[in-house]
Design a protein around this ligand. Structure first.
Ligand code: NAD
Ligand code: IPM
Ligand code: MN
Length: 354
């Protein structure tokens, strides 16, 4: 049975970078004899503006039933200031499929791209695990006396013992399985004693089950500073939904920017969704300027998840070679267009026929 992939190119630069990712997939089918088939879905701003439809009815059940993985570009369009379609589609899939792990690797592929002095590739290699189904993203809240001078807005931060514990356990298990020795949990329990006090208590229980792992806690403000001051001290970071979102963009700066940051939304053993960390970048959309490497590395994460680890590590090697040879878009100091970077990477993958 081939592995079935649902592809959602999305908005802005999404279709451009996912176009390259699809060509990479085609090379993987050919070079690695990987049985993969995929279907494209046009969910995004265009469809929403045209038909009023965001995530079509029955979509979650269909994805769960008919697909092994989802590859998504980005969602967000200046013509939809409410961001309603992105919330319905992106958060709708994360929540609907209970993809509670957002895994965001921070791996420097070329020291030249890191803005910090004297940092080498081995100094920046950690993974951020972001809780992905609750916290400030739960959508619990409301407005009272809206659009009056007395307006009140409430946005609740929802933390459940089950939800917090499962992401903590996942981070420790990942460390054990991948030979990592350190896990750092980050919260803001000094200012948010109820919600993040729960993180503290769950962490104190879970860490006892992993005596071989050096477990540490940092408040998120300090962690943000330490990630820049000395990134080599981190191996695994685990945190809540909102802090994970912010820290993963911060950490991407160490890699040269969002053009190099892949991610996976996982429910281990079930259909999962893979997306670059970056957004739809409306400022460069449609100009063939977007860096496709984050989408390509994301495709690599998906292939590993689908059971093709050789293809995944080959993709990472080829992306690294491309960067070393300055086969890159402007954000990485190159002069090439999105499609030209894609051409070069696909040609190198073609040479691998086994
Ligand atoms: P963004 O990630 O789209 O862009 C931030 C900056 O990085 C911009 O300067 C952009 O040009 C640059 N950039 C991003 N990706 C790039 C790439 N591949 N190559 C070169 N440069 C790249 O973030 P934003 O501007 O805050 O958000 C734009 C829209 O995207 C918003 O609607 C936002 O909600 C949405 N968004 C969606 C996702 C997602 O779907 N996963 C993630 C983040 C933001
Ligand atoms: C991300 C994005 C999303 C998030 C937005 C578009 C809702 O920034 O995937 O990092 O905050 O999770
Ligand atoms: Mn983000």
């Amino acid at each position: 049975m081939p592995k079935r992939i649902a592809i959602i190119p999305g908005d802005g630069i999404g279709p451009e970078v996912i176009g390259v990712a699809e060509r990479v997939l085609a090379k993987v089918v050919h070079s690695f004899r990987a049985p993969l088939v995929w279907t494209r879905f046009d969910w995004g701003a265009e469809k929403y503006l045209r038909e009023g439809v965001t995530l079509p009815e029955g979509a979650i059940e269909m994805l769960r039933r008919d697909y092994d993985a989802i590859l998504i570009g980005a969602l967000g369009d200046p013509r939809v200031p409410s961001n309603q379609h992105a919330a319905d589609i992106l958060l709708g899939i994360r929540f609907g499929l209970d993809l509670f792990v957002n895994q965001r690797p921070v791996k420097l592929l070329d020291a030249r791209l890191c803005p910090l002095k004297s940092v080498t590739e081995k100094d920046v290699d950690f993974v951020v695990f972001r809780e992905n189904t609750e916290g400030a993203y739960a959508g619990v809240g409301g407005n009272f006396k809206r659009d009056t001078p007395d307006e009140i807005a409430v946005q609740e931060d929802v933390n459940t013992r089950k939800g917090v514990e499962r992401i903590l356990v996942h981070a420790f298990e990942f460390a054990v399985q991948h030979g990592r020795k350190k896990v750092c949990m980050s919260d803001k329990s000094n200012a948010m004693p109820y919600g993040h006090g729960l993180w503290q208590r769950a962490f104190s229980d879970v860490r006892k089950r992993y005596p071989q792992i050096e477990a540490r806690h940092l408040y998120v403000d300090t962690l943000a500073m330490e990630i820049i001051r000395n990134p080599s001290q981190f191996e695994v970071i685990v945190t809540c939904n909102l802090f994970g979102d912010i820290l993963s963009d911060l950490a991407a700066a160490l890699l040269g920017g969002l053009g190099a940051a892949p991610s996976a939304n996982l429910n281990p053993g079930r259909v999962s969704m893979f997306e670059p960390v970056h957004g739809s970048a409306p400022g460069i959309a449609g100009k063939n300027q977007a860096n496709p490497m984050a989408a390509i590395l994301t495709t690599g994460m998906m292939l590993e998840n689908l059971g093709f680890p050789e293809a995944s590590s080959r993709i990472e090697t080829v992306v690294r070679e491309a960067i070393h040879q300055n086969v890159a878009t402007a954000d990485f100091g190159g002069t090439l267009a999105t499609r030209e970077v894609g051409d070069w990477i696909c040609e190198r993958l073609e040479e691998d026929i086994c």
